[in-house]
Every structure is written in structure tokens, then in C-alpha cells.
Design a protein. Structure first.
Length: 156
């Protein structure tokens, strides 16, 4: 067992000054990231996103809502994979501004990707999808019998 002689030994003497310096360092790091994103938007971490997903068991179906802000339905791809769905979207924009003596052209890329694991009783042949106000609504009916029921394997 170790005993401390003084209470002040428990807390570093310069606790408050370290805390303030840490806060200032975080603020400058955020500032530097903002400058990098302004000058180099094509390598910004904001270009690739994993969308937020809500998954709800509604009795006879599963309801899945995927947030895809700024994406149109033509840019959304839903693929059925062995154990679920792969939802992805990609959008590219080119903005050009011309004025007297200058030309400004910016390119923007936005992509989303999310893999959703589905329960074995999901009827992937009857999925319905609708994109409304930047939210992809998926309705996945349930099957009577799950595909992943327990099976035995014969040992030879």
C-alpha cells in the first residue's frame, strides 16, 4: 500500500494550465483542419461518409431508414449480398464560375456506403425502397420460415 503525505500530490500542480493548453491545442487543430478542407476539398474526410441507419422490427417486416442527404434516387445503388444489403451512393459536382479576368472551377465528390446485415427471415426478393427528403426508406418483409434454421451436417 502506498500512502501520500500531501493531498496536493494527488493532483498535478499545473492542472489548470495544462487543461487550458489542451483546450487551445484542440481549437487550433480544428482550425487547421478547416483550412485544409477549404484549400484541398478533394481529400477532405467529409468526402466519404458512413450514413446513419435506423433499423426497426415492425412485426411482419423490418423498416430501415438510411440518411443520404444531398443524394438523388438516381445516385443510390442497393445490392443484395449473401447475408444482407449493401447501400451505396455517389455524387459528383463541378461548379464553374467565370468573371472578368478569372476562372474558378471546383469539383466535389460525395459518397456513402453502408453494409446492412439482415436477419435470416428477411425476404430480400420483396424489398421496397423509397427516397424522401434525403432519407432512404427500406421495407423488408419477413418470410414465414427463416433461411438460417438449424441444420445438421453428417460426419463421414
Amino acid at each position: 500500500m502506498v500512502r501520500r503525505e500531501d493531498e496536493k500530490d494527488v493532483v498535478p500542480r499545473d492542472y489548470w494550465s495544462l487543461s487550458i493548453l489542451d483546450e487551445m491545442e484542440r481549437a487550433f487543430a480544428d482550425f487547421r483542419m478547416g483550412i485544409r478542407d477549404f484549400w484541398l476539398p478533394s481529400i477532405s474526410s467529409k468526402d466519404f461518409r458512413v450514413p446513419a441507419v435506423d433499423f426497426k422490427d415492425a412485426g411482419n417486416e423490418y423498416i430501415v431508414d438510411v440518411e443520404l442527404p444531398g443524394i438523388s434516387k438516381e445516385d443510390v445503388i442497393i445490392e443484395i449480398v449473401r447475408d444482407g444489403l449493401l447501400v451505396s451512393a455517389r455524387k459528383e459536382e463541378i461548379k464553374e464560375e467565370k468573371g472578368e479576368g478569372y476562372l474558378r472551377r471546383e469539383r466535389g465528390h460525395l459518397s456513402f456506403k453502408r453494409r446492412l446485415l439482415l436477419p435470416g427471415n428477411s425476404d430480400t426478393e420483396a424489398i421496397e425502397a423509397k427516397l424522401v427528403d434525403g432519407v432512404l426508406h427500406l421495407s423488408i418483409p419477413k418470410k414465414e420460415k427463416a433461411d438460417d434454421e438449424k441444420r445438421t451436417v453428417e460426419v463421414k
